[in-house]
Write a protein that binds this ligand. Structure first.
Ligand code: SF4
Length: 345
């Protein structure tokens, strides 16, 4: 079973709360639901779901924040948010071409925590854990233990960036980079902005969606004060994920100077229809987020039940063009290992 426990730092950050004070984001992160039995119980699922949930959990552990759980419909196993996080017995099935490392990231790992796939930009694994474990995640088998750099390794990574003037952009990824503490992130961003040829800081995160309280004053402090141009790429797959708290978090990010984009994954049973995709785009733009990419599923072992064939994906996006203005139609793409950028379908 893949288990990502709270880091010692996250545990230290857990603060005392009283019934009157809302839990801090650190408490919310430390308190995510990690028990498939509790997930099924809290959502009032029929007992028949439990065996599958436990079997899937043994392969990739359950993690669901309360704030995300609160947007699901109790008693409905087809809820589009629940489907993204509910383990199923079918995750143990072997499907030809669905593999542990579908993007061949092991071949692009230049140093611990540093993935250099594309020219001009590098990806830094800023945190080995996420607030939520999405069942379709292409990194569900990623060896995070081998990619948790020490300070000395970070120094070598930063020296690598310093010595390569072609690198214009640093992408903070994970796990979820915002699962790291603000102290760690501020340290890293301060060093990145000292690299003169670095222009942009991109942050790939789902935390503002699943724990909107993560976007707090401490985060906004380091984010708003960096000289780097800031792009936050959110990951939202269904309109129901965007509630008022998420809109508030997005507003704070924009006020700190960040451009907000969204990437979704096309997922069977979650958003595989013109109506849900159109509603998602409408809701994103209401929250000040531009729809950017719609990814077809990366063929990761354990996630084949989410797959939507390419022809169907193209038809859906063609249908979106009929009902939405062009700027609300995301680009349909696939990531192919070895290609210099995402491949449009
Ligand atoms: S938040 Fe992102 S990195 Fe984390 S499990 Fe979900 S898809 Fe994967």
């Amino acid at each position: 079973m893949i288990t990502r426990s709270p880091t010692p730092l996250q545990r230290r950050q857990t603060r005392e709360t009283t019934p009157d004070t809302p839990p801090s984001w650190q408490d919310q992160l430390a308190g995510v639901i990690r028990d498939p039995r509790e997930l099924c119980r809290r959502l009032g699922l029929d007992a028949s779901w439990l065996a599958g949930a436990e079997a899937g959990h043994d392969l990739f552990e359950v993690r669901v924040p309360e704030a995300f759980l609160g947007r699901m419909r109790p008693g409905d196993p087809a809820d589009p948010l629940l489907r993204q996080v509910l383990p199923l017995a079918s995750e143990a099935e072997t499907t030809p071409s669905f593999v542990a490392d579908p993007l061949a990231e092991a071949e692009s790992t230049a140093a611990p925590g540093l993935i250099h796939k594309y020219p001009g930009r590098v990806l830094l694994i800023a945190s080995p854990s996420c607030a939520v474990n999405c069942r379709y995640c292409f990194r569900r088998h990623f060896p995070y233990d081998e990619n948790a750099p020490s300070r000395a390794q970070w120094d070598r990574t930063l020296a690598h960036l310093h010595d390569d003037p072609s690198i214009r952009e640093a992408i903070l990824s994970g796990g979820d980079p915002l699962a790291a503490s603000d102290r760690q992130l501020a340290w890293l961003v301060e060093r990145l902005e000292a690299i003169p040829h670095l222009k942009r800081l991109r942050i790939h995160t789902r935390l503002p969606v699943v724990i909107p309280d993560r976007i707090d004053a401490a985060l906004l402090q380091w984010l708003s004060s960096t000289r780097l141009q800031k792009v936050v790429v959110l990951h939202i797959n269904h309109a129901n994920e965007i509630d008022e708290a998420v809109i508030g978090a997005c507003t704070r990010l924009r006020e700190a100077g960040a451009t907000l984009l969204n990437q979704s994954v096309l997922l069977r049973g979650v958003n595989d229809g013109i109506a849900p995709l159109a509603e998602l785009s409408e809701r994103l733009v209401e929250a000040g987020i531009l729809p950017y990419y719609l990814h077809v599923l990366d063929p990761v072992a354990g996630a084949a039940h989410f797959d939507v064939p390419d022809d169907e994906a193209r038809e859906l996006v063609a249908g979106l063009r009929d009902v939405l203005p062009g700027f609300l139609v995301p680009r349909l793409v696939r990531e192919i290992p070895g290609e210099a950028s995402k491949t449009p379908l």
